[in-house]
Design a protein around this ligand. Structure first.
Ligand code: THG
Length: 262
């Protein structure tokens, strides 16, 4: 499982305050702890409450890069910010994210190819998040077409069928499972399939249990990547175990250790 760690996000109070006060240590500690806990990449998102998103994002990138060369998923919905920041991200990077509208996706594919980056594409268009499986699959196929047209290998494309909180949208977990199965069959090799896992349990009780259970179900349907809390050891262990049971690795007594990066 290609784990992208979620905690460097201004949605969290400690990160928001660290951005405001330009407190590098808070960010660097989170970066290194998440990496040590099993992350392959770090999501970097300034959150909604920041005045100058571009300079905040540049500061986060520079601050993280001072301590680790782990791939960074640059998480912003603003094209102008993405375009300005990406040239200043040394090393491996993932653009998070584009929507599936063809003209928009084509621009993002071009930026990704220009900078040797991977790209996350959301199955969302001008009509918003689809309320069914079919539209998610159609938009996922559109993202794959945009990637192929623009010269981005499908192995550098992560399709995100968008999971909504189960308390608000009870059908979205099931819809995403089916979309994952169908989008995996799109090509050989297939694009990556990814979710922002913690969305599923927002404002629910038993968050950890919901996240852990749903992740195992997603892996059984072919999910191979997720933005999640890598500091939740039980969650990461559960993901690795689900992959073992889905024949993604050979059992050995130390499989939990063997599956972690490094
Ligand atoms: N897809 C893609 N990118 C994404 C998402 C996605 N990026 C952002 C988000 N969704 C994934 N990251 C998070 C990070 C935190 C939470 C949910 C998703 C979260 N935060 C607490 C909350 O809202 O309750 C914050 C409060 C707190 O604990 O301080 O749940 O879907 N491509």
């Amino acid at each position: 499982m290609y784990i992208i760690a979620e905690r460097i996000n201004g949605m969290f109070k400690d990160v928001k305050e660290a951005i405001r006060g330009r407190n590098a240590k808070v960010i660097q500690d989170l970066a290194l702890r998440q990496q040590a806990a099993g992350a392959y990449a770090l999501d970097v998102n300034v959150g909604p409450a920041v005045a100058d998103a571009q300079s905040a994002l540049l500061w986060l990138v520079e601050t993280i890069r001072a301590v680790t060369d782990i791939p960074l998923a640059i998480d912003t919905a603003k094209w102008d910010v993405m375009k300005a920041v990406i040239p200043h991200v040394p090393g491996k990077k993932i653009l998070n994210s584009t929507k599936a509208d063809m003209d928009v996706a084509t621009e993002y594919v071009g930026l990704a190819v220009e900078h040797g980056a991977a790209l996350i594409g959301l199955t969302i268009d001008a009509d918003g998040v689809p309320g069914n499986v079919e539209k998610r699959v159609e938009l996922g196929a559109q993202l794959a077409a945009a990637a192929m047209d623009g010269g981005l290998a499908l192995t550098d494309l992560f399709i995100d069928p968008i999971i909504l909180p189960v308390n608000v949208s009870p059908k979205s977990p099931g819809h995403c499972l089916q979309a994952i199965s169908q989008l995996r069959a799109l090509s050989d090799p297939p694009p990556h399939l990814l979710l922002g896992l913690s969305n599923v349990s927002q404002r629910c009780s038993n968050r950890h249990l919901i996240n852990r259970t749903y992740l195992a179900m997603c892996i059984a349907h072919g999910l191979d990547s997720a933005i999640l809390d890598s500091l939740d050891t039980e969650l990461v262990d559960s993901a690795i175990t689900a992959e073992l049971l889905n024949d993604k690795m050979i059992y050995c007594d130390s499989y939990l250790q063997a599956a972690r990066p490094g």
